[in-house]
Design a protein around this ligand. Structure first.
Ligand SMILES: Nc1nc2c(ncn2[C@@H]2O[C@H](COP(=O)(O)OP(=O)(O)OP(=O)(O)O)[C@@H](O)[C@H]2O)c(=O)[nH]1
Ligand SMILES: [Mg+2]
Length: 390
């Protein structure tokens, strides 16, 4: 799974990226600090199934921190987008291609309204930022469709030709069909005009990708006042918004790494364990108060996006259902994110195509019940796939 961090310049994308990944990405108070994309791994946290089986786990594809399973997710931070980026303005559209395969986007906006749409100091509204970002993504994809339209219009099944053009964007044929149907656009002998192509692109982008608004700089002056407006705009767009402070989350993660504090992002508390000087202590106490009263919003942002909006569940495949382990005895080695509604067969397919091909049935490792291929997985399931393939 890949999550793209996008937004206008100077809104805190790289700060959020660093806070999520513990990788130091350059952040500065001017537009276009980021030119080359930053790639890294963030984590979402869920109580580990080790509690259910009463056995300490030994993770392989993830981590476990005192009973919380941390599941990795790829994130990518790119250059700021400005109006006209799809046709090369600002840092241009090159990096948009990097994000074409993303499953979801975090749109970072400045909740304080202290930066304009170009990232310069001034006044801006988060809602106009969000609209600009969606328009740029839409126009970029619409441009690509338009470029291929002469070829698409010559084929009988236009939808298949269109699906071909859009495969790299992770936009599936069924998304294309449902958007075309919704907009009453013809699906055979496609020859859409510019306006039709644009409205199609917008619907397909919104329908096939998930978006969440990170209303960042929630610690800044003015952010609190803007909160109702931001939530109203997010409701109108049908996109969730979470107030957050990437800067405070990053400072806390750094203080945690240096041994000054103990901070678990999924808990809204911090413990001072080092020996801060007076200045550090004042800063830590400010952040402690912030976290306890409001939280930085950063782990809530990830949780909301992945578990709520993308409707992902966590399943634990095992090879030995009695020991809840892989063949080496590692207990609950893998925690896998799957879209809710996935079946035992989907899990087999995710492990290996051969395992899926030879799949006979599955076993619920906790109840030892035999499950059919079509069994719909539940969050936290521990599953053994029984397959003729080894
Ligand atoms: N107060 C406050 N400032 C923040 C926060 N997050 C980022 N900033 C500041 O905002 C400025 C821009 O941060 P960056 O992370 O470089 O923003 P960006 O969106 O990556 O910017 P570009 O790469 O130029 O597009 C820096 O001065 C950060 O310190 C936050 O949560 N609160
Ligand atoms: Mg940046």
């Amino acid at each position: 799974m890949l999550i793209g961090i996008i937004g206008a310049p100077n809104k805190g994308k790289s700060t959020l990226f660093s806070a999520l990944t513990n990788i130091d990405a350059k952040a500065a108070n001017y537009p276009f600090t980021t030119i080359d994309p930053n790639k890294g791994t963030a984590f979402v946290a869920k109580p580990c199934a080790e509690k259910i089986i009463g056995k300490k786990c030994k993770p392989r594809n993830s981590m476990c921190d005192e009973g919380m399973r941390l599941i990795p997710i790829n994130v990518e931070d790119v250059a700021g987008l400005v109006p006209g980026a799809h046709e090369g303005k600002g840092m241009g559209n090159q990096f948009l291609s990097d994000l074409s395969g993303a499953d979801a986007f975090i749109i970072v906006v400045d909740a304080s309204g202290g930066t304009d749409i170009y990232g310069n100091p001034g006044s801006g509204t988060p809602a106009e930022d969000v609209e600009m970002i969606i328009d740029e993504l839409t126009d970029w994809i619409a441009g690509i469709i338009t470029k291929h339209m002469p070829k698409i219009s010559k084929t009988d099944s236009g939808i298949d030709a269109l699906a071909n053009v859009l495969t790299g964007f992770n936009i599936q044929k069924r998304d294309i069909e449902s958007s075309a149907e919704k907009l009453s656009l013809p699906t055979h002998r496609i020859s859409w005009n510019e306006e039709e192509t644009k409205s199609f692109a917008k619907d397909a982008v919104l329908g096939s990708k998930k978006f969440i608004i990170a209303a960042n700089k929630s610690d800044s002056e003015g952010a609190k006042n803007n909160e109702p407006k931001i939530l109203e705009a997010s409701k109108a767009l049908g996109i969730s918004a979470v107030m957050c402070s990437a800067a405070i989350e990053l400072a806390l993660k750094k203080a945690n790494s240096s041994g000054m504090i103990e901070y678990k992002p999924w808990e809204r508390s911090i413990k001072i364990i080092g020996k801060p000087n007076a200045e550090q202590l004042a800063a830590l106490n400010y952040m402690k108060d912030f976290v306890e009263k409001r939280g930085t919003g950063v782990s809530e942002l990830m949780d909301r996006l992945v578990f709520n909006d993308m409707k992902q569940i966590v399943v634990y495949p095992v090879e030995d259902e009695n020991r809840f382990s892989d063949s080496f005895g590692n207990v609950l080695p893998d925690a896998i994110l799957m879209p809710s509604g996935s079946t035992a067969y989907d899990l087999a397919a995710k492990i290996h195509t051969d395992i899926a091909k030879g799949m006979l049935y599955a076993i619920d490792a906790v109840s030892k019940m035999r499950l059919g291929k079509g069994y719909v997985l539940k969050d936290g399931d521990i599953i053994k796939i029984v397959s003729a393939a080894k």
